[in-house]
Write a protein that binds this ligand. Structure first.
Ligand SMILES: Cc1cc2nc3c(=O)[nH]c(=O)nc-3n(C[C@H](O)[C@H](O)[C@H](O)COP(=O)(O)OP(=O)(O)OC[C@H]3O[C@@H](n4cnc5c(N)ncnc54)[C@H](O)[C@@H]3O)c2cc1C
Length: 390
């Protein structure tokens, strides 16, 4: 049994507790799924989550970040692929939810019902962390944009029905010259160049855009707003990556507590060894501290904050790094079983790693946090100086 006492924290309302309980019942009946065919399993998971109503909050006018985090934490605790399938429905449509036109928003009905899968196509071979340098171009040619370039590491690539694609339209230099486009998967010129395999299999692909024609109405928001749109979407969804890490860590702690009670060593339970208790204490502390940062960021956004860049960066950085540590300890406490293929802690060990890389690597989160602290200090100093002049 997982510790759910955090649901009594003041960040949550009764509807969040009801959602967590309803989803827990669904997970116990439906998960984990067979991962032999990840494409088919993801498509099925999206459909089932949609039919059960759990995708309702992934897209639309008012995204409740606490609900997204609770759902990701719970799904990750039961099955990493279910968390992935859920997460992409939000990330892939985030730009449309926040900036889309009424016609573009018609897609959201389908993604919420689990009838269409979505993807977020930002990264390129030359620009992962350095988003502002992306090379894909979208040139206005009469009434259409002509897209050419390549994207890589695109989750749901190859199985998505719609892609949010970021390309250089040249309104200004670097980050000022990017735009976001809604690209249906059947648009001529879109090529799935390569399917990518990772240590924890998910649908991932490298995409090619070859002389693709898109109408002006495919632009999400305004031309030139692409960087701002990408950052706003990541601002909302970055805390949810921390929530997924929290779910993996909580599962690792649960498994370790059961193992410590169930394993006999030197004539006593593993749990009786004080060094083991020390590990369990560290794990519990990391889990609770991560939960506080994740739900602080989610709550702050839900209170109407326009941006939660620092809070979300802290939540993602801390929860993903600490989940890695918690899971490593869980592997250690399980001895040989911990590295045995197919064991739950072995799969958690593979599952957690990518979360410290995607949606902004841990080092990038540190830069974001430090810059935010410095900017706050500068603003406070300027205000103080202004008061002194008056
Ligand atoms: C499983 C998975 C799923 C993904 N899904 C998507 C997706 O759906 N859509 C999408 O667009 N992208 C996706 N990505 C891409 C992901 O966002 C990039 O891999 C990530 O941004 C890092 O870019 P990169 O791989 O090019 O590494 P690089 O940018 O080359 O960075 C390599 C390393 O350099 C360090 N570093 C980078 N910048 C700094 C800095 N400023 N200061 C200090 N150190 C730094 C970090 O340690 C970083 O890990 C996914 C990646 C993975 C692994």
């Amino acid at each position: 049994m997982s510790d759910t006492s955090f649901l009594n924290w003041p960040f949550f309302e009764p509807r969040h507790r009801e959602l967590a309980e309803r989803l827990e019942r669904w997970c116990q009946a439906e998960l984990p799924r067979d991962h032999a065919d990840v494409d088919a399993t993801c498509i099925r998971l999206v459909r089932d989550l949609g039919q059960a109503g759990f995708l309702d909050g992934t897209a639309g006018d008012a995204i409740d970040v606490r609900s997204l985090c609770l759902i990701r934490e719970t799904l990750a605790r039961h099955d990493g692929l279910a968390d992935f399938a859920f997460a992409m429905q939000g990330l892939g449509t985030g730009a449309i939810s926040l900036f889309g036109s009424p016609a573009q928003r018609e897609w959201l009905e389908k993604t919420r019902r689990g009838e269409a899968l979505s993807a977020f196509a930002l990264s390129e071979p030359r620009s992962g962390s350095d988003v502002a340098q992306l090379d894909t171009t979208a040139e206005l040619d009469g009434d259409t944009y002509r897209l050419d370039g390549e994207k890589t590491w695109i989750s749901n690539g190859g199985i998505a029905d719609l892609y949010t694609v970021f390309a250089r339209t040249g309104e200004g230099p670097g980050a000022k010259g990017l735009s976001a486009f809604l690209v249906p998967a059947d648009t001529p010129g879109l090529e799935i160049c390569e399917r990518l395999e990772t240590i924890s299999p998910h649908p991932l692909a490298r995409l090619g855009f070859n002389d693709m024609r898109l109408p002006r109405s495919a632009v999400i928001g305004q031309p030139g707003q692409g960087f701002r749109i990408a950052m706003s979407v990541l601002d909302v969804f970055r805390s949810t990556v921390g929530a997924a890490a929290l779910g993996f860590a909580r599962r690792a702690l649960d498994e370790s507590l059961a193992r410590a009670r169930g394993r006999e060593l030197f004539g006593a339970q593993l749990a009786d060894l004080q060094m083991v208790q020390g590990h369990l204490a560290d794990m519990a502390l990391d889990v609770d501290a991560s939960a506080l940062l994740v739900y602080r960021a989610a709550w702050t956004k839900d209170q109407g904050a326009e941006r939660v860049t620092r809070e979300a960066a802290m939540a993602k950085l801390f929860a993903t790094d600490r989940a890695q540590r918690v899971i490593d300890k869980a592997v250690q406490l399980h001895g040989g079983d911990g590295v045995r293929k197919g064991h739950i802690v072995e799969s958690l060990y593979r599952e957690i790693r990518a979360l410290r890389i995607y949606e902004g690597a841990s080092d990038v989160q540190k830069v974001i946090i430090a810059r935010s602290c410095l900017a706050q200090q500068d603003t406070a100093r300027d205000e103080q100086n202004d008061k002194g002049k008056r």
